[in-house]
Design a protein around this ligand. Structure first.
Ligand SMILES: Nc1ncnc2c1ncn2[C@@H]1O[C@H](COP(=O)(O)OP(=O)(O)OP(=O)(O)O)[C@@H](O)[C@H]1O
Length: 254
C-alpha cells in the first residue's frame, strides 16, 4: 500500500539520506554585474537528497545563486556541475523553480496545470495532477483565471505546476513571503512530501521558523560569500561562522 503522504515520484524506499538524483558540485563560482562582485569563490557540494535551506541577509546573493544554478544567469567565474556535467537542456528539464512572484500563464488554473501535464506526456502525470490539486486545495479554483488569484493561491498553483514536472531539483525563492499561515502549511507539507518522494529541494527563506521546520542542512551566504554549510541542527544550535551567529541573533550585518 503506497504511503499517501508521499507524492508518487520514483524513490528509493528506506533510505534516510539517499543520494541526490542530480548531485551538484560548485567550484569557484563568481558573478559580477556592472563591475560589482555579487558572488565570489563559492564552493558547494549538494550530493544527497536532504532539504537544503539557503539563508543570509538581504543582498547576500541568494537569489542570484539560485538563478546561476538553474541557468537563468551565466557565471562570471567558476563551474557548476550537475551529475558531473555542465548544465544542458536535458538537465534543465530535470529542474523546476518557484519564484517569490509566481510566473503564470494568462489562462485558467486548470490550463496552467494541464500545460505541465502535457509536457510530461506520462500517464502518471494525470494521477499526480489530481493529488496535487487535492493537496494544495486547487479544485475549487480550477476554472478561475490564474492571474486573478490571490498571492497565496497563485503560489500554491505555481508549486503544483512545478511538481507536475516531477523535478529532480526544485528551487524555491522565498515562496511563502506574504502568505497566510494556512497557505504556508499547505506549501510546507507539500515540500515534505516532495522531498520524501525523492525531489531535492533548495529553498531560500528569511523565515527562521520555516527554516527550522524544513531545513535538513543550511547554506549561509554573506556579502556574496558562502561562510557556512552545516547540518540544520548544528547551524541553529551552534553556527560555526560569526556571520551566521550574528544573523541568527537578529543583528544587522554589514
Ligand atoms: N541580474 C542582476 N544583475 C546585476 N545585479 C544583480 C542582479 N540580480 C541581483 N543583483 C544584485 O546582486 C545583489 C544580490 O542580490 P540577490 O537578489 O541575490 O540578494 P538576496 O540575497 O536574494 O537578497 P534578498 O534577501 O533581499 O532577496 C544585490 O545587490 C542585487 O541588486
Amino acid at each position: 500500500m503506497p504511503d499517501p503522504r508521499v507524492l508518487p515520484f520514483p524513490t528509493s524506499p528506506g533510505e534516510a539520506r539517499p543520494a541526490a538524483r542530480l548531485p551538484l558540485t560548485v567550484r569557484g563560482l563568481g558573478f559580477v554585474a556592472d563591475g560589482t562582485r555579487i558572488l565570489d569563490g563559492i564552493d558547494l557540494d549538494l550530493t544527497d537528497n536532504r532539504l537544503t535551506v539557503i539563508m543570509g541577509p538581504n543582498g547576500a546573493g541568494k537569489s542570484v545563486l539560485l538563478k546561476l544554478l538553474h541557468g537563468l544567469l551565466p557565471p562570471s567565474a567558476g563551474r557548476i556541475l550537475w551529475g558531473g556535467r555542465e548544465l544542458d537542456r536535458h538537465t534543465r528539464q530535470r529542474q523546476a523553480m518557484v519564484f517569490q512572484k509566481p510566473v503564470l500563464f494568462r489562462r485558467s488554473v486548470r490550463a496552467n496545470l494541464q500545460f505541465a501535464v502535457n509536457l510530461k506526456k506520462s500517464p502518471e502525470a494525470t494521477d499526480l495532477l489530481s493529488i496535487l490539486m487535492d493537496d494544495l486545495h486547487l479544485n475549487d479554483l480550477a476554472d478561475r483565471p490564474a492571474r486573478l488569484l490571490s498571492g497565496g493561491e497563485q503560489q500554491r498553483l505555481a508549486l503544483a505546476r512545478a511538481l507536475l514536472l516531477t523535478p529532480d531539483i526544485l528551487f524555491l525563492d522565498e515562496p511563502c513571503a506574504n502568505l497566510d499561515p494556512a497557505s504556508v502549511l499547505l506549501i510546507e507539507e507539500t515540500l515534505h512530501k516532495a522531498r520524501a518522494g525523492g525531489t531535492k529541494v533548495l529553498l531560500v527563506t528569511h523565515d527562521l521558523h520555516q527554516a527550522r521546520r524544513l531545513a535538513e542542512d543550511v547554506v549561509f551566504l554573506h556579502r556574496g560569500r558562502l561562510t557556512e554549510h552545516s547540518d540544520a541542527d548544528s547551524y541553529f544550535d551552534a553556527p560555526a561562522s560569526p556571520e551566521a551567529r550574528a544573523y541568527l541573533a537578529g543583528q544587522i550585518l554589514l
